[in-house]
Design a protein around this ligand. Structure first.
Ligand code: ZN
Length: 228
């Protein structure tokens, strides 16, 4: 049976056929889903996100075919992922293979929904019973380990993971404030991976504004950013 490494090499060599370069590739344990490359003469070395390790061969080949033409391209071309790549990246198989690794590589997660003062499970249940959200399956939700002031809420749609800054887990901050931040991130999760690069569309903002105390929550978030 071919190893993941040999499958990857094969995919990149195949993608090199008919181009002016020979592409070599190895997996790299980047925390984020990314691939880098360097070109030396007529060969290119790709460091490919190891989250692609378990991908089916046709997906690896299409991924290589997506990347190889970008080497030496004079202008950045915004080629889209193929349907097979998109389907794989959105699959439960991709998430279950890679999320544990992604979580282990994350440095600021508490790995629990239960905070000292507020419970994200209770937040989620309130959002559900208010009718603002349907059940959104396969979503990992956690507090951060340390307050993150730049990002009070963070969402990886690829890894189906949401982190809420524990700076909001304070007795003096009402629970609806972290509910609101979770709601925002869950709206992203509901939309899922779109590959469009557009996140806060007018439709998104219209849904966000349905949160009953959105304005007050926003005021709290400005205040929370100033708290120690
Ligand atoms: Zn957002």
């Amino acid at each position: 049976m071919a190893t993941d490494e040999s499958r990857l090499r094969e995919a990149f060599l195949k993608a090199s056929e008919g181009t002016s370069i020979t592409a070599h590739a190895t997996f790299q344990p980047f925390k984020e889903f990314k691939t880098s490359w360097s070109k030396m003469g007529d060969s290119a070395e790709f460091k490919v996100t190891d989250y692609m390790r378990g991908a089916p061969q046709n997906v690896l080949e299409e991924f290589a075919a997506h990347l190889v033409p970008r080497v030496g391209a004079t202008k950045s071309h915004r080629a889209k992922y193929t349907e097979d790549i998109r389907t794989y990246l959105k699959s439960d198989d991709f998430v279950s293979r890679n999320r544990p690794l992604y979580l282990a590589r994350s440095r600021n997660l508490a790995y629990t929904m239960r905070g000292r003062h507020h419970d994200m499970r209770a937040s989620y249940d309130r959002l559900l019973s208010s009718g603002l959200l349907p059940h959104i399956p396969n979503t990992y939700i956690t507090w951060t380990a340390r307050p993150n002031k730049q990002r009070l809420g963070y969402c990886s749609m690829l890894m189906r993971t949401i982190a809420i800054s524990c700076g909001l887990d304070r007795a003096e901050i009402p629970a609806y404030v972290s509910d609101y931040v979770l709601y925002h991130e869950m709206l992203h999760m509901q939309e899922g991976l779109t590959f469009s690069g557009r996140y806060h569309t007018p439709e998104f903002l219209a849904k966000e504004a349905l949160f009953p105390r959105a304005q007050e929550a926003e005021q709290w978030l400005h205040r929370a950013a100033l708290l120690e």
